[in-house]
Write a protein of this length. Sequence first.
Length: 152
Amino acid sequence: MTFVDSIRHKWHKWQGLQPRDRWGVLQAWSLLLAADVGLRLLPFRLMRHLIIIGEREKDKGNISPEEAAAIVARWHRLVSIAGQHHIRPMLCLRRAIVLRWLLAKEGLAAQVRIGLHKENNSFYTHAWVERNGKAIGEQEARIRSFIPLIQL
């Protein structure tokens, strides 16, 4: 695929999004950039405080489980799109932070988890978002292989 074909393909995918979802991708893209800059420049204590702004222990009372599931799926998809098309690689921690922020804005409770996995004398870390004890957009077996270290 040539560069021009790649741009055309991306443009058609962008055009295929609903206007509301385009706005959502732009929001997620901007928040990913803010999260990236914050993680690079701010002390962890301050960044941790910023991550939990708007945190909810439980959902707003007027959201049905079906509506909540649709909101979670939509924001997960839009954050993934924004992360895949960013100027810098936006890996799991940045995506998890942004997804949690956006869900909190919608009135939904969720937590960022950071875990550690050891394999063949190497350590791997991963961040994900949990809601009601279940990881969003993650394979259950993969998440179970990580030892949770931090909840934000």
